[in-house]
Design a binder for this molecule. Structure first.
Ligand SMILES: Cc1cc2nc3c(=O)[nH]c(=O)nc-3n(C[C@H](O)[C@H](O)[C@H](O)COP(=O)(O)OP(=O)(O)OC[C@H]3O[C@@H](n4cnc5c(N)ncnc54)[C@H](O)[C@@H]3O)c2cc1C
Length: 414
């Protein structure tokens, strides 16, 4: 009997991870990707497997800080004001998601997802022979102020309640780990178990290469329509012709809403645009990713230089990048890493797929059970790719994914 066929729309790190998992189930898998696999948001991220990030950004403290941040050109948050009317429905839902009950339920859901994220990544890294791209050297959250350090101390206490361990280092201990740090820093939170990739794009490409080598097909085309042929098959219309499949997975990152709408379903998905500045010759050396507590962005040592990455800009999918958001990262980093140089720097922008409660959407459509979805991974798509792939494979194969999927069901927005 011929293997059953699954089509995945979108070949970012999420689509690729689903593809590898389904392939190992003996499924015949095709990815439809309009650009290079892994070439969109999955390309330029900060490379952290942030299994410890379990607190949704939808929190009242974010709400309180947002207005002042919006009027500070150096802050990690910005908004294209012309986009505000379009963003308003998302913002309204976001405000509701900041309620303590939603926040606590969201934390529990993300903690459950992240608890499985590492073990579900390992088989993919093994299969793609990508061990050389994985660094296990911990993370730091570096604090330039006593206030920042106190915040980290509190956070560590809350993480401990979820079984996640981290410790506070004083300034001297921090600088022993990373001598390039300024003598003025106050200390850091240290996550000794932290892992990162030295090249997220190379990791995605490794996944794509393994998938193709094992017989998977990647079609370079844009999906423009999804229609049901009677009760069973989906007709997938693309810029390169059409395809027929009994089941479809939507993993199109920040563009998933447009694809989902082709099935007459909607989701309040928007995008947080993020930037990076890649420094090929930073003139300093760090040996592990560090988040700058007061500035909320990350410096990660990568194969081809030091990457400064982060910031959130609300402005939709169509506005051109504002690369000043990337340039500013170098100036802000000098407070922590004096001597960091930006000569030859390159800039990048990516579209994080973000739902207003800062939880991903992972599941299958109730109205159309042959449509599966996996998008909205916001700041954690690299981190949660393995577990998402495993869950979707379980759902497609009719197995219990051993995790409560209600918090990730799109029905939560109805
Ligand atoms: C600055 C920055 C730093 C980050 N740092 C981290 C980090 O350290 N750790 C972490 O876990 N996460 C991080 N993230 C988030 C992470 O990068 C994303 O969550 C993740 O890449 C999303 O993956 P994806 O596969 O859903 O989307 P994408 O990588 O965007 O892939 C979606 C794909 O779908 C394709 N597509 C869309 N529509 C169609 C269509 N109609 N037809 C065909 N193809 C289509 C697109 O071309 C694209 O390739 C960061 C993000 C940014 C911006």
């Amino acid at each position: 009997m011929a293997a059953k066929q699954t089509y995945i729309i979108g070949g970012g790190i999420i689509g690729l991870s689903i593809a590898l998992y389904l392939q190992s189930e003996g499924r015949n898998v095709t990815i439809i990707e309009r650009d290079e696999p892994g070439g969109a948001c999955s390309r330029g991220n900060a490379g952290m497997f942030a299994f410890n990030e379990i607190f949704p950004l939808a929190h009242w403290s974010t709400l309180l800080r947002a207005p002042s941040m919006l009027f500070d050109a150096n802050s990690p948050l910005s908004l294209r004001w012309s986009y505000l009317p379009k963003l308003a429905p998302w913002l309204t839902r976001f405000i509701f998601a900041c309620r303590p009950t939603s926040f606590h339920a969201g934390s529990a859901a993300l903690a459950a997802l992240n608890a499985q994220a590492q073990q579900d990544y390992d088989p993919l890294i093994e299969r793609a022979k990508a061990h050389d791209l994985i660094i296990r050297n911990g993370f730091l959250t570096v604090c330039a102020t006593e206030r920042g350090l106190r915040r980290e101390q509190q956070l560590i206490g809350k993480l401990a309640q979820h079984g996640l361990s981290a410790e506070i280092l004083n300034a001297q201990e921090t600088r022993q780990l990373e001598p390039a740090l300024s003598a003025d820093i106050k200390g850091a939170a240290y996550f000794p178990e932290g892992r990162n990739t030295s090249d997220p794009f190379a990791l995605a490409q490794r996944f794509a290469a393994r998938f193709s080598a094992d017989g998977g097909e990647i079609i370079r085309a844009e999906v423009s329509g999804l229609t049901k042929d009677g009760d069973r098959e989906w007709i997938i219309e693309t810029t390169g012709g059409h395809h027929q499949s009994s089941e479809v997975v939507i993993a199109a990152g920040a563009w998933s809403r447009a694809v989902l709408r082709m099935t007459s379903t909607d989701a309040p998905l928007d995008t947080e645009r993020g930037y990076h500045l890649m420094l090929p010759s930073p003139d300093i050396e760090i040996t592990r990713p560090m988040t700058f507590q007061e500035r909320n962005f990350i410096a990660t040592p990568m194969n081809d230089g030091l990457r400064l990455a982060g910031t959130v800009e609300f402005g939709g999918l169509d506005a051109p990048p504002n690369y000043q958001r990337a340039e500013i990262l170098h100036k802000l980093a000098t407070r922590y890493l004096p001597g960091i140089r930006s000569s030859g720097a390159t800039r990048w922008m990516g579209f994080r797929p973000t739902l207003p409660d800062f939880k991903p959407a992972i599941g299958r459509l109730h109205a159309n059970p042959s449509v599966f979805y996996a998008f909205g991974h916001q700041h954690l798509g690299l981190t949660q790719a393995g577990v998402t792939g495993r869950i979707i494979a379980d759902l497609v194969m009719g197995r219990d994914p051993a995790i409560d999927l209600a918090p990730f069901d799109l029905d939560r927005f109805n």
